[in-house]
Design a binder for this molecule. Structure first.
Ligand code: ZN
Ligand code: ZN
Length: 213
């Protein structure tokens, strides 16, 4: 559980553990790429950027200054836009807004300042509308992309690599040079900079890696 705050908001937003699997009649999808709620940040809905993964809303009512997370069953990458720019032609959410504006034509001008749409309707459901100042928990698009990349790297099949370490030593005998080399190798574990290494794969391709670079 994490307690999040946002400048300008008096409440504490409590990001509870994310439910896993079947819970309260819903099948909660795991976060992609090994991401966890520790990767989430709190932002106002109007600050949500394209590709930010929406993971939780928060209950509208504060209790003792705390607003509890309302976890998104299927976290989705946002595609935020104004209601005016929404390609949706009348999902349940949009119909509700239209009904609200029809009740008072003066409201039409208000719609885009009162609502924004985080994701247009698709086969999975209606548009996701939000109040612009409503805080949501998101995992930034860059964090999601980095995790996906790492995930992909993890899936690489194992291969054999030949790693060569070489260094020059001034010594009066092979034994002394070997001893100096051994001391140098041990020092990498503690205080020395990692060595530049030459790595050759089974196809004979060689890369030289400086872990400090
Ligand atoms: Zn819609
Ligand atoms: Zn939309």
């Amino acid at each position: 559980m994490r307690r999040l705050t946002l400048p300008g908001y008096p409440d504490t937003f409590v990001l509870t553990e994310r439910p896993t699997g079947h819970h309260d009649d819903d099948d909660y999808e795991p976060l992609p790429g090994g991401l966890t709620l520790d990767d989430a940040v709190l932002v106002a809905s109007r600050e949500v950027q394209p590709g930010d993964l929406i993971v939780a809303y928060f209950s509208g009512r504060a209790e003792n200054g705390r607003r509890l997370a309302d976890h998104v069953v299927g976290p989705f990458p946002a595609a935020p836009h104004t209601l005016r720019d929404c390609p949706c032609k009348g999902c349940k959410e949009c119909t509700e807004v239209r009904t609200w504006t029809l009740a008072d034509p003066a409201r039409v001008a208000d719609v885009s300042s009162r609502y924004l749409c985080l994701l247009p309707a698709d086969d999975d459901g209606p548009c996701v509308h939000a109040y612009p100042n409503e805080p949501v928990a998101v995992i930034h698009a860059a964090t999601v992309a980095a995790a996906a990349e790492e995930d992909q790297a993890d899936e690489q099949p194992l291969r054999k690599y030949h790693v060569v370490w070489a260094a020059d030593f001034e010594a009066s005998s092979p034994e002394e040079a070997a001893q100096l080399a051994y001391e140098q190798l041990k020092s990498y574990a503690t205080d020395a900079l990692p060595p530049v290494l030459e790595i050759r794969d089974t196809d004979g391709q060689t890369v030289v890696l400086d872990l400090m670079a």
